[in-house]
Design a protein around this ligand. Structure first.
Ligand code: GUN
Ligand code: ZN
Length: 484
């Protein structure tokens, strides 16, 4: 086993990933190192928090083949960190052709001592027609089968392709699993990232995760923006590569976990990394291009790793839902994307830990957390001794059960325990309708589980419009009856 999970939250985890050059704590970002363009010396990447890097084997193969074989990739780059090598598939995607065979580039990656090797997969673009995606996938899978014999001491990453066809994504994951990789790398999503099609990205990740076992290491190729790290980690991605830190710097763009800023629009730096403390935006703008680009790249790396540490802390304290629910509010496409998880509630529920310290409600997405549905199901099994039962929406009332959004019915004895009793939720008057509706759904399930009992439902008037069509064994009393 080269992956040990040490903490979990949502579908995310902190793991220890063992490579021939040492153990890496995931989730983490692998900065992309271009062996021929030195923006930040690879040996300096550790100070930003990098534990592993990724470089392009195809570029090395074309430009520095003998040197790479002679020295090995670690010496050539000057790093003692684990190095993953990509095969050149990205060049294939961008430029349509590469002059190397799958066998050659795999053999080369193994010869230069790469810690994680990648076959020459075919990244089919989004929305490709079905037959194109299927044919590409057939070739990719053939190349993955061939890759096993080149592994040597290295670990093997198996790319997952299939364009935006979800059955092909699942098939890709199923077949890769049969071949047996050390890492499963979801690919072909760069065009989706570039156009902010996060809904498609979320769906692809969830379909792939529904096939892979929970202890499979998942890499998300080409997702280098800190804005979406928390979401991707929450869906169970462990490794990311970032070319973004350098590409954005080249364009004078400044990364933050809540979006990208153009250097020209910044009056102040909203960050306390060494770069942002030392310089003002004006000073950076006045610098020569090369220095400015390096400093922006440094900032971009600092904020990227800062976000990763924030996510890891959230996993440790089981507040990853709260973090994701705040991050998705930075872009409507992220918000729409996160709402897709509602369609995968069984999958989510199979991962998310049962016990946490607290439940902070942040908006309607909080209603989709497994804790809510689990609570509603658990309450169905609570034994009721009395025949006349009082359910109240007022926690100050003496009652057998309480009605609390978004949880639904909460037995008095569970008012001090997680989740309903350890929750911070606004009063119903200030809550989204979805939360009240979710509570009422729970209430209805509960009532229909006890057809022979009679219920007195004492509620504030805010609840009344959601309480139409109740069963006959329920009498409603309004706690703040208005004469209208
Ligand atoms: N880098 C970004 N996307 C991809 C992909 O789909 N496959 C590989 N091998 N590398 C990538
Ligand atoms: Zn900064």
């Amino acid at each position: 086993m080269n992956f040990e999970i040490v903490a979990k939250d949502v579908m995310g985890r902190i793991g220890k990933f063992k490579t021939p050059h040492g153990t890496v704590e995931t989730p983490t970002i692998l900065p992309v190192v271009n062996p021929n363009i030195e923006l930040i010396p690879p040996k300096d990447l550790k100070k930003f928090g990098a534990q592993m890097v990724i470089t392009n084997a195809y570029i090395l193969y074309r430009t520095r083949r003998e040197e790479a074989i002679g020295k090995g990739v670690h010496k050539l780059l000057g790093v003692d960190l684990p190095v993953m090598t990509d095969s050149g598939s990205y060049q294939l995607m961008m430029y349509g052709d590469v002059e190397v065979s799958n066998g050659e580039i795999l053999k080369f990656q193994s010869e230069i001592g790469s810690d994680v090797i990648v076959p020459l997969d075919i990244p089919t673009p989004p929305d490709a027609d079905y037959n194109t995606a299927l044919n590409d996938l057939t070739v990719t899978l053939e190349r993955e089968r061939e890759a096993v014999k080149y592994k040597g001491e290295s670990l093997l990453a198996l790319p997952i392709q299939g364009s935006t066809h979800m059955d092909l994504r699942r098939k890709s994951a199923e077949e890769a699993l049969k071949i047996g990789g050390d890492v499963y790398a979801i690919g072909g999503i760069v065009p989706l990232m570039d156009t902010y099609r996060f809904q498609d990205v979320v769906r692809i990740i969830l379909e792939v995760k529904s096939v892979l076992p929970s202890n499979a290491v998942v890499h998300l190729f080409g997702a280098g923006h800190p804005m979406m790290f928390s979401l991707a980690v929450a869906l169970g991605c462990d490794l990311f590569d970032s070319a973004a830190y350098a590409l954005y710097a080249k364009d004078d763009r400044y990364l933050t976990p809540y979006g990208t800023k153009k250097l020209e629009e910044l009056h102040y730096f909203p960050c306390s990394c060494p770069v942002c403390i030392k310089y003002t935006p004006d000073e950076l703008r006045e610098m020569e291009k090369e220095k400015r680009e390096r400093l922006l790249a440094e900032h971009n790396l600092y904020v990227s790793f800062e976000e990763i540490r924030r996510i890891k802390q959230a996993i440790r304290e089981n507040t990853l839902f709260e973090l994701v629910e705040s991050r998705i509010r930075v872009h409507p496409n992220l918000l729409k994307a996160w709402r897709i998880v509602k369609e995968y509630e069984d999958l989510l529920e199979s991962y998310d830990p049962f016990i946490k310290h607290s439940f902070f409600y942040t908006g309607i997405e909080s209603c989709y957390r497994p804790a809510v549905r689990r609570h509603q199901n658990r309450v169905l099994n609570v034994e009721i001794e009395n025949d006349d039962i009082v359910i109240s929406s007022d926690e100050g009332d003496l009652a057998d059960f309480y009605l609390k959004a978004p949880f639904g019915v909460v037995p008095a004895e569970m008012m001090e325990s997680y989740p309903a009793g350890h929750s911070e939720v606004p009063p119903p008057e200030l809550m989204e309708e979805e939360a009240l509706r979710t509570a009422v759904e729970g209430l209805l399930k509960f009532l229909s589980a006890h057809p022979s009992k009679t219920f007195r439902l004492r509620v504030g008037s805010i609840w009344l419009k959601y309480l139409k069509d109740l069963p006959k064994n329920v009498v409603i009393e309004c706690l703040d009856r208005k004469e209208d």
